[in-house]
Design a protein around this ligand. Structure first.
Ligand code: CP
Length: 314
């Protein structure tokens, strides 16, 4: 079995079989990461360009490290250091990168649909590293990988996602991945930070954060997307923490060994307090490690797909 598309644009386009293929491959990649010599030759001779128009630490670094561990050449470009600052269009920038025999174009962009727009116009495999409020597929893949790794399965888990669902591409991609894999998603947060049609997305919505967390297997806090939020959508960060911030008291409602997750970067004392962040239940650091393994798996599987694509010229 191989991935159907040359690109990874969102969880929406992946079947449950493809998601499981990525998770199984990431398990092998995680073993590679635990070796003293982390080098493999899976991507020898391949080139990766990380094109980031929004800030990132985890996603950009983990793609770069994944590329290096598998023998590929990687280059980082941010909007501030590129010809975008001189007025070059996104498409002209991408076509220029494509003309340098680039195999993978990993892109983060503030506009929803930006990755899909480019994927149709370049030969490189486009990987969506976050497009506006739309999707962040590799984040959801590393999140479900972490859940499966720690809990052993993803069948009928109760996953509570708390916070700014409206602006969150992490929420959208996780909801799609978890429902495709047979888990149940509960959401809670300020009504002003919930999509209007949240119940039509397949998630259970409750105004009461305690109801969402009650007996959950996993509790995930979301970052407040201050860069995308209009002023006045919630009263203050102190109020926010009191009602929706994750702490030891709220987490006691979940199952005894429930996992505490956050995609990062976290605003401590707003979405989660420092004690819970550092607690035994928190897998936030493991999410970061697993992010490298999952991105190695995605690059590897897309390179296999590219080999077929090039051989058959389709
Ligand atoms: N979770 C996430 O996307 O983090 P970065 O913004 O640091 O990449």
């Amino acid at each position: 079995m191989h991935l159907k598309s040359k690109d990874l644009l969102g969880i929406e386009q992946l079947s449950s079989e493809e998601i499981n293929l990525i998770l199984d491959t990431a398990t092998t990649m995680k073993q590679v990461l635990s070796q003293p010599t982390k080098k493999t030759s899976h991507l020898q001779g391949k080139s990766i360009v990380n094109l980031f128009f929004e800030n990132s630490t985890r996603t950009r670094m983990s793609f770069e490290m994944a590329a290096k561990y598998m023998g590929a050449s990687s280059v980082n470009i941010s909007s501030s250091g590129s010809s975008v600052q001189k007025g070059e269009t996104l498409l002209d920038t991408a076509v220029t990168i494509d003309m340098m025999a680039t195999d993978f174009l990993v892109m983060r962009h503030r506009e929803s649909g930006a990755a899909e727009f480019l994927a149709k116009r370049v030969k490189a495999s486009v990987i969506n590293a976050g497009d506006g409020m739309h999707e962040h597929p590799t984040q959801a893949l590393l999140d479900v990988f972490t859940m499966r790794d720690k809990l052993g399965h993803l069948d009928k888990l109760k996953v509570a996602i708390i916070g700014d669902c409206l602006h969150s591409r992490v929420f959208r991609s996780n909801l799609l991945a978890l429902t495709k894999l047979g888990s149940e998603v509960w959401v809670s947060g300020p009504a002003s930070l919930m999509p209007l049609d949240v119940e039509r997305t397949g998630a259970h919505y409750t105004r009461h954060v305690e109801e969402a967390i009650q007996d959950a297997d996993v509790v995930m806090g979301l970052r407040i997307q201050l860069e995308r939020i209009a002023k006045g959508l919630f009263p203050s960060v102190n109020e926010y923490f009191r009602f929706y911030g994750l702490d030891e008291k709220k987490i006691k409602l979940a199952k005894k060994h429930a996992l505490v997750m956050h995609p990062g970067p976290a605003n401590r004392g707003v979405e989660i307090n420092s004690a819970l962040y550092a607690s035994d239940q928190s897998v936030i650091s493991e999410q970061v490690t697993n992010g490298v393994a999952v991105r190695m798996a995605v690059l590897y599987l897309l390179s296999l797909r590219r080999n077929i694509y090039e051989r058959e010229n389709i």
